[in-house]
Design a protein around this ligand. Structure first.
Ligand SMILES: [Zn+2]
Length: 228
């Protein structure tokens, strides 16, 4: 991973600003290293900084302290940097599920084909996620709700309920469920100021509303549950 990665605009901005102020060459590496989350080699001829990507979320005060420390070398600024290190959670690298767990060809629908159609129409720029049918569980009684799809962000994976592969389900509805899950990938959940996790938030709803007959799809979703 290098600093040209557009996923880390804040780190890139920091790099540019630091470069403008330094009188020495600078190399910045954005890393996944969780053991050494920040590593600075501050030599007279070159500054090399290796920094974990989680610092993308760090506040401005962190970048100011780090910049000052690199330029002026004051211990107090390094202490501020260390404080931020203690306040940051360093998540493991996202897992990729092994392909043997992916079932894309159903009795009726091929999920890869439907995913391709939805991506081409609505999200041509999005990195292709994985998709799979989930396995049917033994049905004991009439379900009160069915989660037709889910988005597993850590795996970049869409999971689709096998009920949607049954004979009475229109292809358009399966495409819509895939679309809904892709909206989760594009407009991810966040935690609001009162600490609540917002999932189908406004940005999500606005995105989902691009689906041409959303109302009909929502009605159909209820109808399908009544029939299940
Ligand atoms: Zn949802």
């Amino acid at each position: 991973m290098n600093s040209a990665n557009p996923e880390y605009p804040r780190l890139q901005q920091f790099e540019q600003e630091l470069r403008a102020r330094l009188r020495r060459p600078l190399t910045l590496h954005i890393t996944n290293n969780r053991r050494q989350v920040i590593r600075l080699s501050n030599a007279a001829e070159e500054v090399v900084l290796r920094i974990n990507r989680e610092f993308e979320q760090a506040p401005a005060s962190f970048f100011e302290a780090l910049t000052r420390y690199i330029i002026q070398g004051k211990r107090d600024d390094w202490k501020r940097v260390q404080e931020q290190v203690r306040n940051t959670t360093f998540e493991p690298r996202p897992r990729r599920p092994r392909t043997r767990y992916l079932y894309t060809q159903g009795e009726r629908f091929n999920l890869e084909d439907l995913l391709t159609q939805v991506l081409e129409t609505y999200f041509p720029e999005l990195a292709r996620p994985l998709i799979t049918w989930t396995r049917a569980s033994a049905r004991r009684r009439k379900p009160r709700s069915i989660r037709y799809g889910s988005w597993v962000d850590a795996d970049k994976l869409i999971r689709i309920h096998p009920r949607l592969d049954e004979a009475d389900v229109p292809e358009e509805f399966v495409r819509y469920v895939i679309y809904h899950e892709l909206c989760h990938a594009v407009a991810p959940p966040y935690v609001d100021s009162s600490g609540r996790r917002q999932i189908h938030h406004r940005e999500f709803q606005e995105l989902e509303a691009r689906w041409p007959n959303l109302k009909q799809m929502e009605e159909y979703s209820k109808e399908l549950l009544r029939r299940s």
